[in-house]
Design a protein around this ligand. Structure first.
Ligand SMILES: [Zn+2]
Length: 453
């Protein structure tokens, strides 16, 4: 009897394990089926290591890549290279490329019919939010410089332009793969010394945490000696400035003083609040997190951290989204790159819903920062350099290597309900940001606004 009982227990245990295992398999099958199918060893879907069906289109319906005995890209070189980090390469070396990330969706996989019905000849259409024409204009505006341009609609989250240079050219694979960093999506996957564009975050902290901020002023003599004997320097004497004027002229000495007054805890708290230290999941593609070290052993390090130098490293995509949040009064739409999938006959499969970030900036602070970023343009960068655009911005000129020219930055947004665009641009060794990156941004925004974004 005892023996029978123990056998029954063993049988019951094995049956339970079988049931549990079956449920686990079904759960994982539902969730990961498309990824299993897309595994490169599945020869049914791959020819010489390339996914062998589907098309990738831009937001206007222009086919950016299609499979036809190998992947074929756009004939126009600037359009091809400016969209490659979104479209991807057949070899999968561009980690953010749709050909790699969405392979399971492109091959027409269906949970119940597998890929049998709609493989090879009948792959799916993947419609990205990218505009190939605006992207080409951005790529040309970078004019051969190493750099990046990002533009997105902060009300819908759609990324219109995600351009990185240098870029891999699939039509000249051998020669272009030798270019240093041609596969890297700098906008999404990298982080850089931000220079003065970080002063937007320090300004947000100052507005909320500095006592009597409306009456606050600082006299800049061109350099400020810190308590530990080191100096913070400006490019010239700025004289007496308010917080708004300090941002307008980008006074390092004033922002050094503010950073020390606020202290490391507050600066860290606002860097986190701004979303810079988090990553975004762009239809499953993760952006890089920005990193800071505000714990610096001395006051000079802390001052430079609040100025955007020192050990600060910022992800361009997160900075662009933060600017979108300022424009939206606190929360921005989360960035996305996939508009929808459809069958080649046009029937739509998936429409993505707009998702929003947390509150990255308090609404009243966003209003004040918007005013400050507008006077940056009116008083410093010059409205005539941005004809017809109600642009709010901050430039940066980041010193990375003393033997080289600084990196130029320009970030901000259009304060315009008809054209709700946020943007960021970095031109490596471009020098003064408002001139180098600012000029690129004007060119790109003129094209985007012209096209109705
Ligand atoms: Zn100054």
């Amino acid at each position: 009897m005892k023996r029978i009982t123990s056998r029954a227990v063993v049988c019951l245990f094995l049956s339970l394990m079988l049931i549990l295992g079956t449920f686990l398999f079904i759960y994982r099958f539902f969730n990961n089926g498309n990824k299993w199918v897309s595994y490169p060893a599945n020869r049914h879907l791959y020819t010489n290591g390339q996914i062998n069906s589907g098309r990738i289109l831009d937001t206007t319906g222009k086919v950016m890549a299609r499979f036809n005995d190998g992947w074929k890209y756009l004939d126009d070189k600037a359009s091809r290279l400016s969209t490659i980090h979104a479209v991807g390469d057949p070899g999968g070396q561009i980690g953010t490329g749709a050909l790699t990330v969405f392979a399971g969706n492109l091959n027409g996989y269906n949970l119940f019919t597998g890929t049998g019905i709609s493989s090879a000849a009948n792959g799916r259409d993947l419609h990205l939010t990218i505009d190939a024409d605006v992207s080409a204009v951005a790529y040309k505006a970078l004019d051969g410089h190493v750099g990046l341009v990002g533009v997105y609609d902060y009300t819908t989250g759609k990324i219109i332009c995600m351009v990185n240079s240098p870029a891999y050219d699939p039509n000249h694979a051998a020669e272009s793969s030798k270019k240093d960093g041609a596969f890297i999506n700098r906008f999404l996957s990298s982080k850089f010394t931000p220079g003065s564009i970080f002063k937007i975050v320090t300004t947000m902290a100052a507005l909320e945490k500095m006592e009597n901020v409306d009456d606050w002023s600082y006299k800049c003599t061109g350099s400020e000696e810190m308590a530990d004997g080191y100096k913070i320097t400006c490019t010239r004497k700025h004289g007496t400035v308010s917080l708004e004027e300090a941002l307008n002229v980008s006074c390092n000495c004033a922002f050094g003083e503010i950073s020390v007054e606020l202290g490391s805890g507050i600066l860290k708290g606002y860097a986190d609040k701004s979303g810079l230290t988090s990553n975004y999941s762009i239809n499953g593609i993760k952006s890089a997190k920005s990193t800071f070290d505000f714990s610096g052993g001395n006051k000079t390090d802390l001052a430079w951290s609040g100025i955007g130098q020192g050990k600060d490293l910022v992800n361009p995509c997160a900075m662009m989204v933060f600017c979108g949040a300022i424009a939206s009064g606190g929360e921005a739409a989360c960035p996305q790159i996939v508009d929808h999938f459809s069958f080649t006959n046009g029937a739509s499969l998936t429409d993505y819903e707009v998702q929003y970030t947390d509150e990255l900036i308090a609404p009243s602070t966003a209003k004040t920062v918007t005013e400050y970023m507008r006077t940056d343009v009116l008083k410093n960068y010059g409205q005539s350099n941005f004809p017809g655009l109600k642009i709010c911005a901050k430039s940066g000129t980041a010193e990375v290597d003393k033997t080289k020219e600084s990196n130029g930055w320009f970030t901000g947004f259009l304060d315009d309900v008809d054209h709700p665009l946020a943007f960021i641009c970095m031109v490596e060794e471009g020098g003064y940001g408002a001139k180098s990156a600012g000029k690129v941004i004007n060119t790109v925004l003129q094209e985007a606004v012209e096209k109705g974004y």
